[in-house]
Design a protein around this ligand. Structure first.
Ligand code: DQQ
Length: 505
């Protein structure tokens, strides 16, 4: 019953070209972090931060959806709601799910106070296969912030895993005047927690004032810590460290950026196929007014499989995404039309492009463009500078309405710079550059998952840059090659279907 209603609500947005069709988002209203992700009885259950009554953050519940393949999802009823008078009365913030000897168990942050300033850790269990959840009478199971934190309000997003001797948990936090921190705990029963020590602390100038949503897991022979960092006073960049973990001490040997763009609060799990799968909230880049007007906000990334290579994380969208591919187009340098256009259009495409190594001049792709005006979204590699850039070119009015968040981020570590377009003074060009160095002789490989207002860009499986773009209604969604035509090795493009239509058919 609920599924039908949810599908009917989804139908209402059918004409919204900014709304993705092959990425998961709730039927309507607000969504942020993925929560409680778990592979249970061969199904992937995903919960998420959700405001069921509006398109802006607030009134935080846990929404619920389920999938066989991590791509096609079925909406389920809300799993967790704030309990008036309880430790989560002001919101059920982020957390994880574990299998406690056959009992599905959530460990999450309950908040109280007008500004969610009281943050404690809570437990809920399900006895009907993850559909309904009972909050544990011992809640909150952990209330005290370690004294060395010298602050009393940022203590959230528990991530729990099992070792041979006990359960372990990391919690995102900060140390006053120092920077972000992740605190490590141990428990025999998920209810009584012993504080061990900080797993890692940061530096507020370099890697953020608060660390949220930590993930800590073994991958191959190494351990990986992922945090979502507030660089200033807002959600910002996802960072990771790779190293060893012995005697409860984490010793990183490599520090990297998991994604430079609108990708935040990822949550990872190990599944039955022994894969490490990660999924993240893709933030909007438009104003709150525009989000309310749209009636929805927030998208989940396509889940990615993580592996390690020389201490660096590699990311690949799950292969089941291929089930949504429809018409296939393949191009070499001989197949370009005038001005570099390809004979494919669309705002929901899966692109896999390889460029011949050219160390002298820039090359890349322009998407969502038109044959008449300069509006487009470009992804370009500058080999002399070892950088990958995205340029969003749009009419001044469209940019100021639709890219509020990107403009706000100007000046931050990886923020967008703005210039009047050199092509037409009525247009503005927003540019963000990120470092990407090719190894000797290595070709640039670009995977771009374009879906309405989402563009997940992964270069050579190791540099990830997720963008939100809001093409105007006049955009013609043309695809064009930029640079010397000989820079093309091969470009594969698939038009993508809607996961909602295909799940109904
Ligand atoms: N989102 C949740 C918090 C978390 C933040 C609140 C990260 O638990 O720290 O909605 O986006």
């Amino acid at each position: 019953m609920l599924t039908e209603t949810a599908l009917a609500i989804r139908e209402r947005f059918a004409h919204d070209t900014h709304r993705p069709v092959y990425h998961f988002l709730p039927p309507s209203n607000w969504m942020n972090d993925p929560n409680g992700f778990i592979h249970w009885n061969s199904k992937y259950h995903l919960f998420y931060q959700h405001n069921p009554s509006g398109a802006l953050w607030g009134n935080i519940h846990w929404g619920h959806t389920v999938s066989d393949d991590l791509i096609h999802w079925t909406d389920l009823p809300i799993a967790l709601s704030p309990t008036p008078g309880g430790p989560d009365e002001a919101g059920c913030f982020s957390g994880c799910a574990v299998n406690n000897n056959g009992v599905p168990t959530f460990i999450y942050t309950g908040t109280r106070g007008q500004h969610h300033e009281i943050q404690t850790q809570c437990v809920a269990i399900s006895d009907d296969g993850l559909f309904t959840w009972k909050k544990h009478r011992a809640n909150p199971v952990l209330a005290d912030i370690p004294a060395e934190s010298h602050q009393t309000r940022d203590f959230r997003d528990p991530y729990v895993w099992k070792e041979a001797d006990a359960w372990y948990m990391v919690i995102g936090s900060r140390i006053q005047d120092v920077g972000g921190a992740v605190f490590l705990y141990r428990s025999a029963d998920l209810l009584n927690w012993e504080y061990l020590h900080p797993l890692l602390t940061g530096d507020k100038q370099r890697n953020g004032v608060i660390w949220e949503c930590p993930n800590f897991f073994k991958l191959g022979n190494e351990w990986v810590l992922i945090v979502s960092a507030h660089m200033g006073n807002a959600t910002d960049t996802v960072l990771y460290w790779v190293g060893s973990f012995e005697d409860h001490q984490f010793k990183p040997v490599y520090e990297g950026v998991l994604d430079y763009g609108q990708y935040y609060a990822p949550l990872s799990i190990g599944d039955a196929q022994d894969r490490r799968i990660i999924i993240a909230w893709l933030r909007e880049a438009r104003s709150p007014q525009q989000q309310e007007k749209a009636g929805w906000s927030g998208v989940q990334s396509i889940p990615r499989v993580l592996t390690l290579d020389n201490h660096r994380l590699l990311m690949k969208p799950v292969s089941t995404l291929e089930s949504v591919r429809s018409k296939h187009h393949q191009y070499t340098s001989a197949d370009l039309l005038d001005n570099g256009f390809l004979d494919v259009e669309g705002q929901s495409l899966d692109i896999d492009a390889v460029f011949t190594h050219d160390a002298t001049s820039e090359y890349g792709l322009s998407l969502c463009g038109s044959a008449q005006g300069p509006e487009c979204f470009e992804v370009i590699y500058y080999p002399l500078e070892n950088r990958l850039a995205v340029h969003i070119i749009a009419a001044k009015a469209d940019i100021s309405m639709s890219h509020a968040e990107l403009r706000r981020s100007i000046g931050q570590q990886f923020g967008f710079a703005e210039e009047t377009s050199s092509i037409d003074s009525n247009f503005v060009k927003l540019t963000q550059s990120i470092p990407h160095t090719l190894f000797n002789g290595e070709k640039l490989q670009l995977r771009i998952l374009l879906d309405g207002s989402v563009a997940e860009i992964i270069a050579n499986e190791r540099t990830s840059f997720t963008c939100r773009i809001y093409p105007s209604t006049t955009a013609q969604n043309k695809v064009r090659h930029i640079g010397n035509r000989n820079s093309i090795d091969i470009i594969n493009i698939w038009e993508m279907s809607s996961i909602w239509q295909s799940s109904q058919s």
